[in-house]
Design a protein around this ligand. Sequence first.
Ligand code: ADP
Length: 780
Amino acid sequence: MADKKNKKNKNTELELPMIALKGVVVFPNTMVSIDVGRKVSVEAVEYALKNGSKIFIVSQINLMMDDGLTADDVYQIGTISEILQVVRLPGNVLRIIVEGKTKATVQSFIQGEAFFKVSLKESEGVNQAIDLETESLIRVAQESFEEFARISVKLTPDSIFSVISAETPKDVSYLISSSLSVSYTEKQRLLAMDDDIERLQETVKLLLKEIDLLNIQKTILEKVKDNIDKNQKDYYLKEQLKVIQEELGDLDGIKNDIVEYRAKIEKANFPTIVLEKLEKELKRLARMSPNAAEVGVTRDYIECLLELPFEKKDKESKDLKKAEEILNQDHYGLEKIKERIIEFLAVRQTAEKSSSPVLCLVGPPGVGKTSIAKSIAKSLGRKYIRMSLGGVRDEAEIRGHRRTYVGSMPGRIISSIRRAGTSNPLILLDEVDKIGKDLRGDPASALLEVLDAEQNFNFRDHYLEVPFDISDVIFICTANSLETIPYALKDRLEIIPLSSYTEVEKNHIAKNYLFKKQLSKHGLKKNQLKIYENIFLDIISSYTKEAGVRELERNIGVLCRKAVKNIVTENKKTITITKENVSDYLGTPKYKYDTVNELAEVGVAKGLAWTSVGGDTLSIEVNVMKGTGKFELTGNLGNVMKESAHAAISYTRSKYEQLNINKNFYKETDIHIHIPEGAVPKDGPSAGITMATAIISALTNSKIDNLVGMTGEITIRGRVLPIGGLKEKVLAAKKAGLKKIIIPYENEKDLADIDSSVKQGLDFITVKDMDEVLKNAFVD
Ligand code: ADP
């Protein structure tokens, strides 16, 4: 190959400024951007710019050296270059773009300048003729370079193009050399080579090595990337797996639940229709995704069905003697009621279920309606569940919501049975008179269905969807008043009225029942709290105003509570409640009973009233004044009472002659009727005769007997109509100290229900009309 080379050096001498570069070799025919910072180099560039822009560029041998370079510190062979562009950067740095022109060797360093100036000898080889071998070498080089360019990302399209378009081994070798990522020493070696073909061969070698390196690098990179990818993939897979496992776990949860449910189904004895329903729901559940919202709903439903006592019943005790004992144990008095209940229990044993009536205990609060129901349950050995109907307005509360509603539940009947755990509890339907009605349906009619023995063996709750036999449930209702029980419902009920207790009864209940109950409730022994004999009576009259004994029980509870506190904190053995210290425990007395007026007066009559807390007496006062016939009513009266007042006036006018009253009194006299204690609302027709008596008394100026009390509705013709709540009224009259009581004739029969101890010392006068009232009401 050597003989083909035509070595012909030009060897021209030149003097040029020089710069030394660190780690960079500039090849002829290539363009490089260089930052020049060293003072000597900057001076050299400045000089060059002023003198034809030619500069000689060499590489520094020792990269660590900065200043004080000598001739020995740089390579001797470098490239004469032309400065094409200069950019002045801050800090006295010049960014120059140079183009390598020809290779040259330093001949000598020229002294006397602030920069290096060298004398050079150009050492470009002579162009050789290109033979086939060289050509193919060039081609190999170019193709290799193309391959290299494909792998290496660093090359610009320009540099690729210039290699491909270069034609001589010199150009190709220089261009490729400048693009190789070999060390600067290697590059310097290439630059220094005189033989272009040799250099090209060397470049190709390096290029191929470089390609290999790049390929290996690439595979390593890919492997690393694969690894990272794999790690990422693993991470995602693991995350997915976690979610799947969670779901699988829950699936297992559902599966476990289904197994559990099935075990329960096996154990219980469900009717076929329920079994079918359960089976269907279990299948649905098994098919559900664990995260579906329906899972909870379906589980709740299945659990509700499983918990319902379809075939579970408490054995009913048939021992009537024992039942009677229990009733007596828990309740004082109430003979008639207890008797009726024993009858009811007896009939249950002989008659068909469907003919058994539904009892409804009606009476004021605290008279023992609930506790009687509880005792009935106890005596029958059944579970007792209380279900309050006060304020129930929605039919769904009785019969449940359909399962399509969110948060739907069974109605109260089914919930009560679920709570009881047996299908034959005693359910107390408390306060049926307070049941409401609105847009959402009529709960009373749903209740009717519940109570109807002909239908209720097949009771359908909307939520449950399967029928439930409630014919074995005993329903007992309570109400405060008959008037507000919906008519259709009232028709189904057998009413058992309970009335107020007398003071004597209350005293007895307090002593023998409530006190004992409260003692044990507060963990007190009998000898720790002593209550003087008549203290209960004081409590009844001064601290309570009620028909029943609830307030009384609460007050006894307060005594017990305070006693416990004193025993614990003051280390006392016994607390004794006396007349003197009772107010220390219960505070100042709350009530003072209306008592008889001391003297007979004109225009003041005592009426007897019935309120939700029992009976009360009512003073009705009338003033008449000369005037223009104005008629005034004050004292928080209801409409019915106002109508009664008008009826009384009308009656009086019609009887003016007989009563010896001025004919024109209704035109010439102002009448003012007042009923004191305006804070207490009063209504009802039963004050009619009392108002008429007071008006006539005022108009005729005759005194009313202060020991007379009266109750009765008046018609405008003076007839006296019957009233309700006689027992309570009589109790109040007795308590107030009245002696003579005027009642409607038709109420005479009710006197039989009143305890003889109450009636003792009272004179009852039954009347049919006002004449009879007036005959008995006045002093004369
Ligand atoms: P109601 O249901 O009529 O409002 P409760 O049954 O709640 O009244 O009775 C209130 C309290 O009075 C209960 O503690 C009850 O035991 C007691 N009680 C009511 N009547 C009697 C009675 N005749 N004998 C004993 N305790 C009674």
